[in-house]
Design a protein around this ligand. Sequence first.
Ligand SMILES: N[C@@H](CCC(=O)N[C@@H](CS)C(=O)NCC(=O)O)C(=O)O
Length: 213
Amino acid sequence: MIKVHGVHGSPFVRKVLIGLRIKGIEYEQVPQMPFARDEQYQKLNPLGKIPTLEDGDVILGDSKVICRYLEAAYPEVPLYPAGLADRARADWYEELGGSTLSDLAAAIFFQRFMRPMAFNQEPDEELIAKITTKQLPPLLDYIETQVPEEGFLFGDFTMADLALVSPLVNAAYAGYDIDAARWPKFAAFAERVKAQPEVASILEAEAKALGIS
Ligand SMILES: N[C@@H](CCC(=O)N[C@@H](CS)C(=O)NCC(=O)O)C(=O)O
């Protein structure tokens, strides 16, 4: 059976687990904390990051690489839109969501959630204010122009929809919600993404794992 190494709460692990569920592929989740410097794990993935996928002899790191492998190896239920232009746009949204948007959301999550809980330190509210008032708004302004009034970016739900919303799930765990007055389309879109059955079931498991349900 396919194994996914990683823990709930990581948007990158979340992406792979949701992708597997959409495709209807059974998997086993092997708990692996990030930043653990675990020698055994680093033999599978020398970067030490989560997730890592094991499918027989195929052992891969990086959620984007893993999702592309799953799409090619198990093509019956697609995770990405067909057609050159739509597929390229989906890749762009996945890149946007998985890079700067994720970094900013992760910084809020780290400050408000991890710092007090794991390190017994106060969050740096000045840094959080800089992120929420200066760095995130231009990205959210852009996303507001991209997402549809109804449904998903390419008709059926794809990894691109998840990519734009997933980082904000982590920010929401740390008390930052998309302002529906300023970004009404994005806020409504995020609710639709979170309500997708495969997303909702993973978020439920995550909330339990993080002790916030
Ligand atoms: N580009 C990677 C990013 C993975 C990543 O940064 N995972 C974080 C957890 S959310 C991690 O393992 N960080 C530990 C580290 O950077 O050493 C992916 O898409 O899988």
